[in-house]
Write a new protein. Structure first.
Length: 173
């Protein structure tokens, strides 16, 4: 059963800006997300029956046709803490009404367990069993990019983390 989610693609040059200042050497307890996997999640569907995928793609086409392109503005890097220990590093983007409306539209088509307000971010690293980061977060100059498509991706979990594959890409109107 595929694990599916809707995502916003991030341009390659923006991905490079986000990862370029991090240590190139692996740090114990810190697993960087491969650059190819960097995305902004709009809505996580989770385990999905194979026979539902065509309907999900049709719904995505309908939703995408109702929304125009919009700008995403990078706000900064952020360490996510759980019980005062780092668990993730995010690239946080500014709150954005268009992002929120698109995310909520997808939630309405595919009701989630999620009740929190949509938060535009990109996960750069996952952290295990550390009390603090072994490095300082790099400085990343502000940037923005235009979102013109929404994508449906599959996530496959493995011992080295998740690998993602694109299932469908839809242009926004």
């Amino acid at each position: 059963m595929p694990r599916l989610f809707f995502a916003l693609p991030v341009p390659e040059e923006c991905k490079r800006k986000l990862v370029s200042g991090f240590p190139q050497k692996k740090s114990h307890g810190v697993r960087m997300v491969p650059e190819v996997n960097l995305h902004i999640t709009l809505h996580f569907l989770g385990d999905t029956k194979e026979d539902q995928v065509k309907d999900i793609i049709r719904q995505l086409q309908t939703v995408a046709s109702d929304y125009g392109s919009f700008e995403m503005k990078f706000a900064g890097l952020k360490t996510i803490l759980k019980e005062r220990k780092p668990v993730m590093i995010w690239a946080q983007f500014e709150e954005n009404a268009a992002f929120e409306q698109l995310s909520i539209a997808l939630r309405k088509c595919f009701p989630p367990d999620e009740k929190r307000k949509p938060n535009p971010h990109l996960t750069l690293a996952r952290i295990k069993q550390l009390k603090q980061l072994p490095f300082e977060l790099p400085e990343v100059k502000p940037f923005s990019f235009t979102v013109a498509t929404v994508e449906l991706w599959e996530s496959k979990l493995g011992s080295e983390g998740a690998t993602y594959s694109l299932i469908e890409r839809q242009k926004l109107k």
